[in-house]
Design a protein around this ligand. Structure first.
Ligand code: SF4
Length: 415
């Protein structure tokens, strides 16, 4: 039988500098929003941020704001206000909690940074590579602020990413330039764009190295750490500050590996997390797994901000490829191959699939994938039902019981 024990979470020192970076990022956006000194572009989390950064926009990512609503456990209160506007409780709870909070004049930025409201967009730019919800989400705000909405429509369920796929996306990205120039009032500069792509690539490589340190036994890092440490990789890619931060983080984690310091004391089992985090339960889940001697050490989610194809020499085409090669865009066959490679690389004992009620795009346990992976690799899989932000979709008791039983199953296999 597994025995749950009280755990102390090990702090990562670089997290303090990351928090400072996030504060500066939001305060700069707020200043620009109030004074109009800089133009602000809203961008989806895996949207064409490098183009926007290279053109001189400040870039705001609403999904990160929604994750804050989730992590502060305020999201669930605001979802009904979006439902009242006709946005169903069944669609993305990032979208519904964000819209709902806005209509009620609430943002967690107030308590954390003293900021009254989210920054006003001068333009909103989406990529449907992750889902259609982002387009609807941005369309609502475009109407609200009377701001232009432009975007890229990506193929979905892609097996091999072909030249034709990449070409159609890169043409759409090039077509963004003219309307963005109109918003900015100045011309696009290819050299600044290349610079942003180069910095983004550097950030991506460092972020990958950070995540790869979890292959060490014991792992110096958990998935739960990763969900907050990834902030600058999402909102700061394309900036030199983000590069500096991930150099610092990598050095800290490499030191942990060298000294044999694990994120979970007495690591007995190594778990892969497939799907969205449950933002309002990050701490509880981190402590639950750690108390069972299980380290959730790698995830598809944190890996989603690795853009290895980016190349400043061929910026549009490489961006098109990088943002189409993402896991979420791909066919189930490609996804399964990917997870199998992760299981081997990270020496995983078990996989948890989070079936997120309002995000079918990030829920891969509904069409037999866990069963197929189990049959092919012998690795046990657990599916838990929950949601990224809507805590009404989650039964804590059932989740905890299922996780405890899963770890017992790993024990019985002789872990
Ligand atoms: S991928 Fe899922 S969580 Fe992200 S915006 Fe789309 S529906 Fe929401």
């Amino acid at each position: 039988m597994s025995t749950e024990k009280k755990v102390t979470r090990k702090k990562i020192a670089t997290a303090r500098d990351m928090a400072k970076f996030m504060a500066k990022y939001y305060l700069e956006l707020d200043h620009a929003s109030r004074t109009g000194e800089r133009k602000i572009a809203w961008c989806t989390s895996v949207g064409p941020a490098e183009i926007l950064r290279g053109m001189g926009f400040l870039v705001y990512f609403p999904e990160t704001h929604s994750a804050m609503l989730g992590a502060t456990r305020t999201a669930t209160d605001y979802i009904p206000h979006a439902n009242a506007l006709g946005y169903s409780p069944e669609i993305c709870s990032y979208l519904t909690s964000d819209l709902g909070a806005f209509t009620q004049g609430f943002t967690p930025l107030t308590r954390v940074y003293g900021i009254e409201s989210i920054p006003k967009p001068d333009v909103l730019v989406f990529n449907t590579n992750q889902c259609r919800d982002v387009q609807d989400w941005f369309a609502w705000y475009a109407r609200q602020f009377d701001a232009p909405l432009v975007g890229v429509h990506t193929h979905r369920g892609v097996g091999e990413v072909t030249k034709d796929h990449a070409l159609s996306i890169s043409r759409q990205m090039e077509a963004l330039i003219q309307p963005l120039e109109q918003v900015l009032g100045h011309k696009f500069d290819i050299d600044r764009f290349r610079e942003a792509v180069a910095l983004s690539r550097e950030c991506s490589e460092l972020w990958k190295k950070v995540l790869d340190t979890a292959a060490a036994v014991p792992s110096p890092l958990t998935f739960f750490d990763g969900t907050t440490l990834m902030g600058p990789a999402v909102v700061g890619r394309g900036t030199p500050e983000a590069v500096d931060l991930y150099q610092e983080l990598l050095a800290e984690l490499e030191e942990r590996v060298e000294n044999g310091v694990g994120a979970v004391d007495g690591e007995r089992f190594r778990i892969y997390w497939e799907g969205m985090p449950i933002w309002g339960r990050l701490r509880a889940h981190s402590e639950l797994f750690a108390g069972l001697g299980a380290c959730v050490l790698a995830s598809t989610y944190c890996n989603s901000w690795i853009f290895s194809a980016l190349d400043p020499e061929d910026p549009f085409a490489s961006m098109a490829r990088a943002y189409t090669e993402l896991f979420i865009v791909r066919s189930d066959d490609v996804k399964e191959q990917y997870i199998k490679a992760m299981v081997d690389f990270f020496k995983v004992d078990g996989i948890v699939f989070h079936n997120s009620r309002t995000c079918p795009n990030n829920s891969n346990g509904n069409y037999g994938m866990p069963q197929r992976l189990r049959a092919e690799t012998g690795i046990p899989c657990l599916t838990i039902d929950g949601d990224l932000n809507d805590l009404r979709c989650l039964s804590d008791e059932q989740t905890n019981t299922n996780i405890e039983a899963f770890v017992e199953q790993l024990e019985e296999r002789g872990g």
